[in-house]
Design a protein around this ligand. Structure first.
Ligand code: MG
Length: 461
């Protein structure tokens, strides 16, 4: 992407045609992560997975690592249960042994039954023996747990592309590190840009390359290929409207997590599903678009398009509008971020226009769903305001998912926490992390929950 947002031929990244492109997937067991691995598997000549990280799904991570022959793996924290812990340590031993011997682990896409039996299937006795025999050979000094391990993966010399599919503001430091290390950052973690967009875009214009995975931004990015930034009049972000489109504020009060998790057109992780239902997801995306495409907020509009057939649009100064359409399958935007500037075939059923009955549009209802309006305000205020908004939203969403607050408390919490926020410019990731923590404490007090409870709900405690 050029400094001006639109894409000029001369500024296309990946001038190297080196194949395969080596990919690290952070958050590999989540919805975007597993779909990214699907895409990699579809293109064995073009893409190779060289690193994986997960939050808590240890056995799924190991299975992925075996399937893709990945030696570099990391977990957000040391597993609490001993079966997971032993299985992960055992995998590390195997991977390190093959790293030292210079051999790659067997790449086993075509025959998953070739993979060695997992540590889970072995007896405790065998596991203990293997662990103790490997322990003294543990010379690989790459960290495997926590933020340090994620940063090591995001900057490892073997990687060309870092897919950041982490959830929440925790993805910020990883995005910064990948860009600083000169990687191509394929970004699904929109909170990174919302919280630290000023800082990340400076890096994207100097050391690294930033490509969007979010379907709306992938769509706009594709509409901008070959266009001049000065000729763009407006960005139109489409929204499905979420599962509660047309409901009144009163009807929202008793919404349960299960109802909010049932998105009508996209299948996604829990946090983003709740954000979609409150329209906060669209608010985050407006801020994301502002940074990615260097567009003032009064030239970014949101329109509800309930069928999710149009993934977003760009309006030009001559009144022409380009819309990106396609099957609602996240593997398409994921693949484009990995294949750019090329297009590769995809195993996705194309749209059959003759069977589509309608394409409808409507303005978003920001009275019932005030978070979209709040996001515009926070974005326009700039500085640390979006960081504060995002932190309060994360606290409230996890509280709602855990039954600790009502659905309508999410907007109330974000609004209250933003109300008294003093303006500061974005200075550094450390500053933003401090602001983020402070905002989380305030959000916890608005909702009447302890900070430790929130950490537990996020899976960090
Ligand atoms: Mg999106």
């Amino acid at each position: 992407m050029s400094k001006t947002g639109a894409v000029d031929e001369q500024e296309i990244p990946f001038t190297s045609t080196k194949m395969p492109r080596r990919v690290v997937v952070l958050g590999s067991t989540g919805s975007i992560g597993t779909q990214t691995l699907d895409v990699i598997e579809q293109h064995p000549r073009e893409l190779r997975c060289v690193g994986l990280s997960a939050n808590t799904h240890v056995s799924a991570l190991i299975e992925q690592a075996k399937r893709h022959g990945v030696q570099r793996v990391a977990l957000a924290s040391v597993p609490k249960n001993s079966v997971d812990n032993d299985a992960f340590e055992h995998y590390l031993c195997t991977a390190q042994t093959s790293l030292r011997s210079g051999k790659t682990l067997q790449y086993s896409h075509d025959n998953a039954s070739d993979v060695p039996p997992s540590a889970l299937e072995r007896t405790n006795h065998e596991r203990t023996n293997e662990l103790s025999s490997c322990a003294y050979e543990n010379t690989d000094d790459m960290p495997h747990y926590g933020m340090e391990a994620l940063l090591a993966l995001a900057t490892c010399p073997e990687a060309d592309i870092v897919v950041n599919a982490l959830v929440g503001a925790v993805g910020l430091r990883v995005s910064e590190a990948a860009l600083q290390a000169g990687k191509t950052l394929a970004l699904a973690n929109k909170e990174s840009l919302v919280v630290g967009g000023d800082i990340l875009m400076r890096l994207a214009h100097t050391t690294g390359t930033l490509l969007p995975i979010d379907s709306e931004h992938g769509a706009i990015f594709q509409c901008l290929v070959g266009e001049q930034h000065a000729e763009v009049a407006r960005l139109w972000l489409t929204a499905s409207g979420g599962p509660f489109l047309g409901k009144t504020l009163d009807q929202l009060r008793n919404i349960t997590p299960a109802q909010a998790l049932a998105h009508p057109t996209w299948h996604m992780g829990a946090k983003i599903s709740i954000d979609s239902s409150t329209l906060m997801n669209k608010g985050l995306e407006v801020i994301e678009a502002h940074h990615l495409f260097n567009m003032p907020y009064d030239r970014i509009s949101v329109v509800v398009q309930p069928q999710s057939l149009i993934h977003s649009m760009v309006e030009f100064v001559d009144g022409s509008v380009k819309a990106h359409m396609g099957t609602t399958d996240m593997r398409i935007p994921i693949q484009y971020a990995l294949s750019y500037p090329q297009r590769w075939s995809a195993p996705v059923a194309p749209l059959d226009f003759t069977t589509l009955s309608q394409l409808t549009f409507k303005a978003p209802d920001t009275t019932t769903f005030p978070l979209l309006k709040l996001a515009y305000q926070a974005g326009k205020q700039g500085g640390v305001h979006p960081c504060v908004m995002n932190a309060a939203n994360e606290v409230a969403v996890y509280a709602f998912l855990n039954g600790a607050c009502a659905y309508t408390d999410i907007a109330r919490c974000v609004e209250t926490v933003l109300e008294h926020q003093i303006h500061y410019e974005q200075e550094s990731i450390q500053q933003l992390e401090a602001i983020d923590t402070e905002a989380r404490y305030r959000a916890c007090s608005v909702l009447g929950i302890a900070f430790e409870q929130h950490q537990h709900m996020r899976g960090l405690a």
